[in-house]
Design a protein around this ligand. Structure first.
Ligand code: ATP
Length: 140
């Protein structure tokens, strides 16, 4: 089916994206999924990772998402993320510092499966995903 789909990306404190997209590809909890206009409706949780979309001009855009939910409707995708940044807004130095801090915490927490270790692992994942997205040269 021809046409664009509306994409909204929101966090508890801001709206990051509100525009039409040719295609949206999101990091679903059970794997990446792509959405075009006319897709069947569904709801899913998201994992930490990269949301990609092609804007109405065909430019590829990247957004970091820190987990959350996606609601897919035939004409609209809504992403509710705990935190998120557009690729151009990612502060690389901050992510590097966060990665180092989280790795140190992980080392302190040791091998035990405890809350500190899980939190540190999630912080490592966030920082690595941000650095990966910021380092991707192909899009804005
Ligand atoms: P940090 O330890 O640096 O705060 P974090 O992964 O714990 O990183 P989050 O809880 O995901 O941070 O986000 C808190 C707020 O800071 C959000 O508004 C998020 O968009 C912003 N933020 C976090 N890291 C970065 C970054 N590297 N670049 C830009 N914004 C960031």
């Amino acid at each position: 089916m021809a046409g664009n789909i509306m994409l909204e990306v929101v966090t508890p404190d801001k709206s990051l994206v509100s525009e039409e997209a040719q295609i949206v590809v999101a990091p679903g909890e059970y794997g990446e999924f792509g959405v075009l206009i006319g897709h069947t409706s569904f709801l899913t949780t998201l994992k930490i990772g990269m949301l990609r979309f092609k804007d109405s001009g065909g430019g590829e855009r990247l957004v970091f998402v820190n987990g959350g939910f996606a609601e897919v409707l035939p004409n609209k995708v809504t992403i509710l993320a705990e935190s998120a940044e557009r690729r151009k807004d990612i502060d690389v130095e901050r992510a590097k510092v966060a990665l180092k801090r989280a790795e140190e915490r992980l080392a302190e927490a040791g091998r035990k499966e405890n809350i500190d270790a899980r939190r540190a692992q999630a912080a490592v994942q966030r920082a690595i995903a941000r650095l990966k997205i910021a380092g991707t040269r192909r899009a804005a």
